[in-house]
Ligand binder design. Sequence first.
Ligand code: URP
Ligand code: ZN
Ligand code: ZN
Length: 489
Amino acid sequence: MSDYDLIVRNARIVNEDRETEGDIAVKDSRITAIGPAIRGSGAREIDAGAKLVLPGGVDSHVHIEQQSGMGVMCADDFYTGTVSAAFGGTTTVIPFAAQHRGMSLRKVVEEYHAAATPKAVIDYAFHLIVSDPTPQVLGQELPALIKDGYTSFKVYMTYEALKLSDYQILDVLALATREGALVMVHAENHDIIQWLAHHLVGQGHVAPKFHAVAHARIAEAEATNRAIALARLVDAPILIVHMSEIEAIETLRQAQRRGLKIFGETCPQYIALTADELDKPGVEGAMWCCSPPPRDAEAQEAVWAALKDGTLQTFSSDHAPYQFNEKGKIPKGEKTTFKEMANGVPGIEIRLPLLFSEGVQKGRITLQQFVALTATNHARLYGLYPRKGTIAVGSDADFAIWDADKDVTVRWKDLHDNVGYTPYEGREIKGWPITVVSRGRVIVENGKLHAARGSGQFLPCASPDSSKPLGRATPELQAMGRLGARPLF
Ligand code: URP
Ligand code: ZN
Ligand code: ZN
């Protein structure tokens, strides 16, 4: 009879705040011991050979089996989406349960559970997308859902079918502050985008590259500023998602310097793609179309600086998978205008390797920052810490052994999503997670999946500190400030 279910020996263990060498022992899905040369035996023992062992990634912005505001269904369901995540070293995802207008949020949540339960191979929580904050939703459904573990919601400032007015956003923010939830904001000025798009289309500029013109930088900068103003009014912490743009990031930085609890997220497309990618023959550029759009080299540098100095807390994929066909990206085939293309790019599997390769290997961020940006901060912000996001005694045994020297040329055929292309085709990457462990189960090893459909578990999320309203700095949120050069609070 073994002492442990699994022991990983000879590991270089990196958390957001420290690096140690030793062994990790696992029993009943949790880490039960960490230390040099753990005594006893494991039913399974893996020699990490002094390789890096990092917390399993937590991807807190993914769209899986979700219908977009334009009515297009994602290419990935909860099986392909979570398998792809696992192969990229991610062991927890937080997709959206998306309300469309007229729907009961409670019913929406039930439907997403019905979709995820039989298919997910890694653990998952849900954010809610609130597109119809009726008195019933604000008064009854949301408070009850927060108590049941759905403690974050996304609101949109653009997209005709999803956007809320400032008045409605204030309603949601006030509720979130009162009940202990975090609001994620898609910050782009709808009227600026619509006005530009109208005039571009009127002049016959319909190709994908004009998407990046219509989604102007100033639309992101203005909406970011406005979202922060709305949050200030009701003392609500917010997180601005998928930040891409210099002025918006600077606005975020200044808000944090003033002590406001405003957080920021960025994604692979804003460090690795530019708007030039959309400038391809015909409608091919649609494959790189997302909102906000990728910008330019200068904006990429601003994103890197904000990842390094702690202005941005989370690096998520915003995996929004649509196939390049009439059921996905281009509903009208070659005749699809930039206004009609499905928005979003895939990235769930590439997220960690890309940041590792471009960030850690190139000396732009440290390994500990990498861990914070890809796992720990997500778990903290969304009420999953310390169960997820860290390698610690008592935490779920979610980690990955990395081969930091593995050279990979990205090819979609080697990925595991159902999209049919990757915007990163042909990229050279150094470093990849080779063995992935989720709750003590070795789910990826030697390029093979060892996880059954439906073996992922739902994770109810706490408020970051359920004993206090989020409007005041909680220990978890204060700890976020230690990531960067200066405290946020
Ligand atoms: O273009 C994007 N990001 N599409 C996905 C939906 C969203 O706004 O996150
Ligand atoms: Zn968004
Ligand atoms: Zn998104």
